[in-house]
Design a protein around this ligand. Structure first.
Ligand code: IPM
Ligand code: MN
Length: 358
């Protein structure tokens, strides 16, 4: 029997609208194939919202988000703000606020290498082959949300790195539960040799670990983890870490899947989930029709699985992507010197291929 769901699409900035167009089309195809009713709404966030309303997260967007069953998001940011630190209203504030307002404390970033893309990565194929990591990045705490201060004369500025016990505990539990369905390994990443917040993090994780005796838990410092990740990515199963360390490590880990254009993520917590590529707004290629839509398509796969429990449909989306890659089709970011030029597709042509396959 089909299900009835409301999905809010927030394209955001830059290539956001070009790629979410395809995430949405995939969702429409899932509905068609499975006899489901998905109702779509759209809303503004980020630079486009600032231009239209002066606010990176208008109340209307937040209201629509709260009354939806899941959110498909594109990307946020604009170069104009990056080079001007004096601007007070910034696109990213919209994303941070919606994470906080919706209680999206756990950001899941699965990193898997598609065999076809082994040669697209800057890491040697023999090191990558078989890597399969699930990152749990804490998303509503840490230095991102700690108190921000600066001197009136701007001679100093500070961001407080702070974690509460309950914040660490709730994400640690999710990570261990996920590990139980995988290879039963958790690596918790921190900087406990230096930071007080990390020592608390480690203590809480050690406590939670006691409830999961079957899981092999290891603790690693962030600097070492950054190195191990490209030295031997296969040693990792579930990686559990804080907001800032997780932000950095997962960009690094995108090289394991071939390209930033491939990585999808799910932010979950209290109720409504938020599904988005990990890549940014990429204004340098926006409007050119060459952005890779696969991360948005894979975000749609996470959405139907996690938010709606449609695991089969989710697997079929991933298989469709795999098949299209096996046929040799690539977007520019994942093409390499072996790719025949006739197989290098733009955003829409690639999206079309995957929808057709599904
Ligand atoms: C991400 C992004 C965001 C973050 C930015 C845009 C605020 O880099 O989702 O990884 O740092 O969390
Ligand atoms: Mn990031």
């Amino acid at each position: 029997m089909g299900i009835n769901k409301r999905i809010l699409v927030i394209p955001g900035d830059g290539i956001g609208s070009e790629v979410t167009k395809w995430g949405k089309k995939i969702l429409e195809k899932v509905a068609e194939n499975g006899g489901h009713q998905f109702q779509f709404e759209e809303a503004l966030m980020g630079h486009v919202a600032i231009e239209a309303t002066g606010n990176p997260l208008p109340d209307e967007t937040l209201d629509k988000a709260r009354s939806s069953d899941a959110i498909l998001f594109g990307a946020i940011g604009h170069a104009k703000y990056d080079n001007d630190p004096t601007l007070k209203v910034r696109p990213e504030q919209g994303l941070l606020k919606i994470r906080k307002e919706l209680g999206l404390f756990a950001n899941l970033r699965p990193v898997k290498v598609f065999d076809e893309l082994l040669s697209a990565s800057s890491i040697k194929p023999e090191i990558l082959s078989g890597a399969d990591i699930l990152f749990f990045r804490e998303l509503t705490g840490d230095v991102y949300f700690g108190e921000k201060r600066k001197a009136e004369d701007e001679s100093w500025a500070s961001d407080l790195m702070i974690y509460h016990q309950y914040e660490v505990e709730r994400i640690a539990r999710k990570a261990f539960q996920a590990a139980m369905t995988r290879k039963k390994k958790v690596c918790s990443v921190d900087k406990a040799n230096v930071l007080e917040a990390s020592r608390l993090w480690r203590k809480v994780v050690q406590e939670v670990a006691k409830d999961f005796p079957e899981v092999a838990t290891e603790y690693m410092f962030i600097d070492n983890a950054a190195m191990q990740l490209i030295k031997d990515p296969r040693r990792f199963d579930v990686v559990l870490t804080g907001n800032l360390f997780g932000d950095i490590l997962t960009d690094e880990a995108s090289q394991i899947s071939g390209s930033m254009g491939m990585l999808a993520s799910a932010s979950v917590g209290d109720r409504i989930g938020f599904y988005e590529p990990i890549h940014g707004s990429a204004h340098d290629i926006a409007g050119k029709g060459i952005a890779n839509p696969l991360a948005s398509i894979l975000s749609a796969a996470l959405l139907v699985d996690i938010a709606f429990g449609l695991k089969d449909a989710s697997d079929r989306i991933i298989k469709s992507v795999d098949k299209v890659l096996k046929q040799g089709y690539r977007t520019m970011d994942i093409a390499d010197k072996h790719t025949d030029n006739r197989f290098v597709l733009g955003t829409d042509a690639m999206g079309e291929k995957v929808v057709g396959m599904l």
